[in-house]
Ligand binder design. Structure first.
Ligand code: UDX
Length: 474
């Protein structure tokens, strides 16, 4: 097989980022590239223990490479955790990458390009020191709308629209994010804007990326076209190749998708779904990082039980903040209601769940993978954003794409019940029709001749061209 390139892939080591990056890696592996995929040692161990990432999924051209120990592996639901992880990736990850690239140079399979996630500053520094200035592609695993909001943060600070005054649930308009002037409000901004350190980190990395060879986004033109046109005024080449999970599934033409979960998936919920009426179940999941208080847990639980709808809830082992063993017992009415209408798992095969006909709605935290998976599956959403890009995503779901309801930070049992009834009963037909139409557009985008399909081909051709240029340097 002719050598067409060796790609260094460096994801931000969190569940969602790993998920989409491993799917991209799979598609690149199927396109005959060599790949080395770098993860911290704790993630490496969990992927080996829980997935087939190192046993049969990939060809022998793929290698999962562990960083040395010492990279932060704690919680990521706070600024401190995120900054600790970024710091350790700079201090431990970056020198390791430099050394690894140099040692690999004479291996006969030199690296020919670098795909970086959030921390493009590391990739650009490493590339700078490589003999051939490894070309860097920036794969940002969030939505285009959130990406563009991060890019625009300096303009908001300059115009005095940031920092946020008050407690941030303020609905005053934000006028300095081009393309969002008519609907973006303070409460739709990433909560990180409230913190100078996080805001600076996010917009610095985002703006640094104008130097990269290409910007890869897991979205599609029919979903985020207007925002993408603004992004294209700043970035040299933008490749929209999503929904990646749907593209990979179509390419593999297999029912089962390879799990990238860092928790054990409980498949028993699929049999439970099989016994439910079509579009009768609301699926509830708050992603891999969000946490809720015990009070919020009770409010969601009462809202779900009181709605009378069937529900499948992912109660991740670390979902409830401050959980302790002596906590008060679950009220009997919740136990009864769950026995009658609910099914609870610690972690679900989410793509299969959303594709199941029994699922008619998704109460989500609006993480980008969950949002895109729900859109691709034609499932309407109720959005309860927690942090990061989720506030912006939820505003687009409710206000722009109109494929769901944006509850924002409301969390009382009567609102939860009311929103579930609105999505699953009162306005069911309206939301299902719009969600199914957007799902069809997603399917067209990743099908042969579709925008994402063609953009992926262009990306591949560009990476092959880069390899040819690099080989001439050797
Ligand atoms: C984080 C941020 O929270 C999110 O806002 C940002 O867009 C990406 O990084 P996360 O919280 O993990 O992501 O949410 P999300 O982007 O939705 O990714 C969660 C992934 O885990 C999805 O791919 C989903 O399919 C998977 N998942 C979730 C499961 O496989 N099983 C589950 O039970 C729950």
């Amino acid at each position: 097989m002719e050598f067409i390139g060796h790609i260094l892939i460096f994801p931000f080591p969190a569940q969602s980022h790993l998920n989409s990056m491993l799917k991209l890696a799979h598609l690149l592996d199927l396109s005959n590239f060599h790949i080395t995929f770098f993860v911290p040692s704790n993630i490496h161990a969990r992927l080996l223990a829980l997935t087939d990432v190192d046993s049969g999924r990939f060809t022998t051209r793929f290698r999962l490479q562990s960083f040395p120990p010492g990279i932060y592996d704690g919680a990521l639901d706070s600024k401190e955790g995120l900054l600790e992880l970024c710091h350790s990736l700079h201090t431990i990850g970056k020198p390791f990458l430099k050394q690894y690239i140099a040692q690999n140079h004479d291996s006969g399979l030199p690296f020919t390009c670098f795909i970086s996630d959030l921390l493009v500053s590391i990739a650009l520094d490493v590339s700078e020191e490589c003999f051939n200035h490894l070309p860097v592609y920036y794969f940002r695993t969030i939505s285009a709308c959130a990406f563009w909001t991060y890019f625009s943060l300096p303009d908001l600070f300059e115009a005095g629209e940031l920092p946020i005054k008050g407690n941030g649930i303020d609905s005053s308009p934000i006028t300095k994010v081009k393309g969002m002037e008519d609907f973006l409000r303070v409460r739709d901004l990433p909560p990180f804007c409230r913190d100078e350190d996080m805001a600076v980190l996010l917009y610095t990395e985002t703006r640094l990326a104008v130097q990269v060879r290409g910007l890869i986004l897991n979205t599609f033109e029919d979903l985020e076209g207007p925002i993408l046109s603004h992004i294209r005024t700043k970035y040299p080449k933008v490749y929209t190749i999503g929904p990646l999970h749907a593209r990979l599934k179509a390419t593999l033409a297999s029912k089962s998708t390879h799990s990238n979960s860092l928790w054990e998936e409980d498949e028993t919920c699929m049999a439970w779904l099989d016994s439910q009426e079509p579009r009768s179940v609301i699926y509830v999941s708050f992603g891999s990082i969000s946490v809720i208080t015990r009070q919020q847990l009770m409010e969601f639980w009462y809202g779900l039980v009181n709605s009378g709808k069937k529900f499948l809830w992912v109660m991740r082992s670390d979902l409830v903040a401050g959980k302790d063993d002596e906590e008060s017992p679950i009220p009997s009415e919740l136990k009864e209601g769950t026995k009658a209408n609910g099914y609870i798992v610690g972690w679900a095969p989410q793509e299969a769940v959303l594709d199941h006909l029994a699922v008619g709605g998704f109460l989500t935290h609006s993480g980008w993978n969950s949002t895109l998976e729900s859109i691709a599956a034609g499932v309407p959403m109720i959005c309860w954003p927690f942090f990061a890009d989720q506030q912006t995503n939820s505003r687009f779901v409710g206000e722009v794409w109109k494929v769901g309801l944006d509850m924002k930070d409301v969390c009382d049992r009567s609102s939860v019940e009311e929103l579930i009834r609105e999505l699953m009963e009162k306005r069911k037909g309206e939301f299902l029709e719009r969600a199914e139409n957007m799902g069809k557009l997603a399917k067209e985008a990743i099908s042969e001749g579709g925008s994402s399909y063609c953009n992926f081909d262009c990306l591949i051709q560009d990476m092959i061209k880069v390899n040819e240029a690099t080989r001439e340097l050797l």
